[in-house]
Design a binder for this molecule. Structure first.
Ligand SMILES: Cc1ncc(COP(=O)(O)O)c(C=O)c1O
Length: 483
């Protein structure tokens, strides 16, 4: 993406600094088929098949478009079981980007979390976070620990002007450490580009303040850097002290302050796999025994070697502003179009994707009828677009069977990097607007099969009443024989 100024200001759009050289055919089913497919999928967009989807905006995980250099790099892979040259190239990329020497590979981000939790969480301890991520919380609780969220109040306001809604509430952090006692805190985790509150960034100032508090209290600080690339874009564009810092300096500063950094390479580096790194070898030593046990030998950790080569190249490219601004600027474009239509979206737009505020979209639907999942089903019917529920359905039931209601009912439209064009985003905005104008037709969902853990992945639901049929009929009336 460039900062090229258009002559006609009304033509100003985000302008890509790359071209597309490989394409994949898409198809859009007729609305009657889309209705059938979402019902067969138990109204769960995770259970749709890709062949039945026009625009897949479920996630940005592992579905970003790789660069030519990433593809080329994958051809030089060395698949020796131990001591592979590929691992040395990954280490060199980590050293360049983060400035750290100690590197553990794992097969993806949640595998890093499994290892982190296995090494650091003792039963009864709490992990403090700005906000939980589904898999992180599942691993901490699996070890007998608990998670406490300390995001600043502004983070839970769907619309505001605040540039860093992922920030920790520092006062609360200090008070919680005092109240619980440092020995009862397993670690403090900062999630960059906070996923479940709309990809909202954390400021550099806040991150460094958190690490100072951890340091003063002898608590391990952990950075989940999966969405750090977007977060750094926001630091550079929204935080005065970062404006003139180069991107690498920010990465290095973070690695100097956090004890442990891990990331899903499905996100950071646009490849696959996961990495744990630390400046101080004592942390990687604490965790290394788990790698051969759960992942693979220490020089591949369950990641395919060709993928490791594209991971290394992708990390170098995460230092290039012309690459890293594409996601946030496309997301901002979509959020702005929707906001102009009056559709409730999370503002300011974060990274990862554009988030519809389903709580405001269908305010009459109670949490336990899953408003965000209902909006996701409606949008698939309306346009063959697959989004993801990020609300109450994505929560886990309490041990006593009660259901925690999510503070935010969000329906995420992830924007995989460099995958969709601006005209496709215009189509998304158009179809969302149609759903918004017909929102009174949208009803709730109820369980047919509810798994006890990570229910949002494979649970099955059905519509309450016949609102989906009515929505499809209305589509036909409004759009004639258009797909
Ligand atoms: C912030 C964050 N942490 C961890 C993970 C888990 O990574 P993975 O999907 O590679 O297991 C994700 C995945 O979406 C994430 O967004």
């Amino acid at each position: 993406m460039s900062t090229v100024k258009f002559y006609q200001s009304e033509n100003q759009v985000p302008l890509e600094m790359h071209k597309v050289r490989i394409i994949q055919k898409l198809s859009l089913l007729p609305v009657e088929e889309r209705l059938k497919k979402i019902q067969e999928a138990g109204c769960n967009t995770f259970l749709l098949e890709n062949k039945d989807i026009y625009l897949d905006m479920l996630t940005d995980s592992g579905v970003n478009a790789m660069s030519d250099l990433q593809m080329a790099a994958s051809m030089q892979a060395d698949d020796s079981y131990a001591g592979s040259a590929t691992f040395n190239r990954v280490k060199a990329a980590i050293k360049e980007v983060f400035g750290t020497d100690n590197v553990l590979p794992a097969h993806q981000g949640r595998a890093c979390e499994n290892i982190l939790a296995s090494a650091l969480v003792k039963p009864g301890q709490t992990a403090l976070m700005n906000f939980h991520f589904t898999t992180t919380k599942a691993h901490v609780t699996r070890m007998g620990g608990s998670v406490e969220e300390l995001v600043a109040e502004k983070g839970l306001k769907p619309q505001s002007n605040d540039p860093f809604k992922g920030d920790f509430d520092l006062k609360k952090l200090k008070a919680t450490i005092k109240e619980k006692g440092a020995e009862n805190i397993a670690f403090v985790r900062v999630e960059a580009g906070t996923n479940l509150i709309g990809g909202q960034p954390v400021s550099l100032e806040n991150m460094l303040a958190v690490t100072d508090i951890c340091h003063d209290n002898g608590i391990v600080s952990v950075l989940d850097a999966s969405l750090l690339q977007d977060n750094i874009y926001f630091m550079k564009t929204r935080e005065a002290r970062c404006k003139h810092m180069d991107i690498k300096t920010i990465y290095h500063l973070l690695a100097d302050h956090f004890d442990i950094i891990y990331f899903s390479a499905r996100k950071l580096s646009f490849s696959k796999g996961g990495i744990i790194t630390s400046k101080d070898p004592k942390y990687t030593k604490m965790m290394m025994e788990y790698i051969p046990l759960y992942e693979g030998f220490l020089t591949y950790g369950g990641i395919d070697v060709r993928t490791m080569e594209s991971l290394a190249q992708g990390l170098y490219e995460s230092l290039d502003m012309e690459y890293i601004n594409q996601g946030p600027e496309f997301i901002n474009y979509l959020a702005k179009e929707l906001d102009d239509y009056g559709v409730p979206v999370v503002l300011p737009a974060g990274g990862l994707g554009c988030h519809l505020n389903a709580g405001a979209f269908v305010p009459n639907l109670p949490h336990n009828q899953y408003p965000a999942a209902a909006v996701a089903a409606a949008l698939y019917i309306a346009g063959g677009i697959r989004g993801m529920e990020r609300g109450t359905l994505s929560e886990q039931r309490n041990p006593d069977g009660t259901e925690p209601f999510s503070e935010l009912e969000l329906m995420r439209l992830a924007v995989p990097r460099r995958v969709y064009t601006l005209s496709q985003l215009k189509y998304v905005a158009d179809r969302v607007k149609w759903v918004w104008d017909n929102r009174e037709l949208i009803g709730g969902l109820e369980w047919v099969e509810e798994p006890s853990v990570l229910r949002f992945f494979f649970g099955r639901l059905k519509e309450i009443g016949y609102w989906q049929e009515q929505l499809a009929e209305k589509f036909r009336q409004d759009f004639g024989d258009s797909l």
